[in-house]
Design a protein around this ligand. Structure first.
Ligand code: K1U
Ligand code: ZN
Length: 165
């Protein structure tokens, strides 16, 4: 089922997501619906916050063939290295693309849908996407990394677009 995605500046995007205690059928159904929603959008990632579920669940697929789905439950950033400026988009801020500074590589610990713990090292788009999605779980939208001037320009653009869709 395709789920509706919240759009910035919806205040629900600022809620902090709670850890998932039990990985049951409800969580597996939510992960499947989030993956369907991400592929349909289309996007390369989606956090549960964006579909108004405030639990620590993320889906990501940065493969060009769209056949490498990763489901992250209770993701934890263990290490980060370097710094890189790169352009980002967001399904909750459609049509806005801005450069954001992120760590170049990250080490991540997470649970999969079977409750198994994994630790991975990520770089490139996967590393950027992981940081962007964990920000969502912490109530942060990527445009909030911009300067006040750039953010106010984004807000003006979104308001203008809402008036003349
Ligand atoms: O969290 C989101 O809103 C998803 C977002 C993830 C992301 C993209 C780029 C940099 C950082 C994080 C998106 O998927 S935006 C759409 C997008 O970038 C895209 C869409 C289709 C193909 C490739 C990229
Ligand atoms: Zn986003």
């Amino acid at each position: 089922m395709i789920l509706p995605i919240l759009h910035y500046p919806d205040p629900r995007l600022h809620r902090i997501a709670a850890p998932i205690a039990v990985i049951d059928e409800r969580i597996r159904r939510l992960a499947a619906d989030m993956a369907e929603t991400m592929y349909a959008a289309p996007g390369v990632g989606l956090a549960a916050t964006q579909v108004d579920v405030h639990e620590r669940l993320i889906v990501i697929d940065v493969s060009p063939e769209k056949n490498t789905l990763i489901t992250l439950i209770n993701p934890q950033l263990l290490q980060h290295q370097g710094e890189k400026l790169g352009e980002e988009g967001c399904l909750s801020v459609p049509g806005i693309y801005e450069s954001v500074k992120r760590a170049e590589t990250v080490r991540l610990r997470y649970l999969d849908l079977n409750g198994e713990t994994h630790e991975i090292d990520a770089d490139g788009l996967l590393a950027v996407c992981i940081q962007h999605e964990i920000d969502h779980l912490n109530g942060i939208v990527f445009v909030e990394h911009l300067s006040r001037l750039k953010l106010s320009r984004v807000v003006q653009k979104l308001k203008k677009r809402a008036r003349n869709p």
